[in-house]
Design a protein around this ligand. Sequence first.
Ligand SMILES: CC(C)=CCC/C(C)=C/CC/C(C)=C/CC/C(C)=C/COC[C@H](O)COP(=O)(O)O
Ligand code: GRG
Ligand code: MG
Length: 282
Amino acid sequence: MRAYLQLIRYGNCLMAAFSAALGVLIAYNIISGNAATIPFPLNEIIYVGSVVFLITGAGNGINDYYDIEIDRINKPERPIPSGRISKSKAFYFSISLFAVGTMIAFFINTICGAIALFNSLLLIFYAATLKRTALIGNLSVGYLTGSTFLFGGAVFYTNGGIEAVSVLFLLATLATVAREIVKDIEDIEGDRQDGASTLAISIGPEKAAYVASIIGFIAVLASPLPYLQSLLSVRYLAVVFIADILFVVAVAGILKEKNAAKSSRLFKMAMFAALIAFLVGT
Ligand SMILES: CC(C)=CCC/C(C)=C/CC/C(C)=C/CC/C(C)=C/COC[C@H](O)COP(=O)(O)O
Ligand SMILES: CC(C)=CCC/C(C)=C/CC/C(C)=C/CC/C(C)=C/COP(=O)(O)OP(=O)(O)O
Ligand SMILES: [Mg+2]
């Protein structure tokens, strides 16, 4: 059981599910002002959170299935390279999670089902191919992470729910792309031996660090937008300021200290702080 929780990276699944549930809540708050007849979406929050937890877990599992040779070098302690879960069991477990998550999504509505199906196929394509390409792989993971908000907003797609959370999608995507480039710098040796052509390998870790830093700074500069667009209250500004400081320290970690592992951890802490800011500002 513990090995399967590690395979799906349940912490990421919870974070992603929380983001999608926030997407439902924020979209509901924005559109319910115009249509007071909409009841509080408790069931939809549960369904949305479950779908994103399952599909995120499936994406992590299929990623480790395809990354077995890279992870033997970079992350040998993971469930598959360490032998605690066989490749075939990891594959069928991940496919099962994709299937159940997508079925629940179609039960919510057709747009949610379409997003879940598209994201599931993209996660498989990313793991099998895209992750070894410079920047496209990073942009894919950035879209997938940001799409948690779009998925939550899609519960109310007929009332403009997706548009209501689009700025949250943008912020999450920018922050994730920056972190993914930093992760590629961290994983450069294993990726190089696997024949991958990530940005860090294509242009070198130093230039890749500058690209990640620029994207990270754009995310920080754009972080007041949810308040300026009156999507979130001034309480959001107070907490996102903390996230912005963590983003800046993360950028310093890769630019000045050239410590990709530390920078990646700081980026993740900043993303978590930003999620708290979204919640507090709702
Ligand atoms: C500037 C600003 C306000 C940015 C917003 C940041 C934000 C709210 C980001 C959302 C983060 C989110 C939805 C995370 C979900 C879970 C997650 C970490 C997804 C991405 O994981 C891919 C990564 O490669 C996994 O690697 P690792 O974390 O090392 O296992
Ligand atoms: C909105 C819906 C229905 C689903 C969203 C699903 C989500 C949140 C995906 C977020 C991104 C994610 C979890 C991607 C999984 C693949 C993954 C682990 C990418 C990073 O992998 P690598 O580049 O191999 O790096 P590591 O394996 O070393 O972490
Ligand atoms: Mg991997």
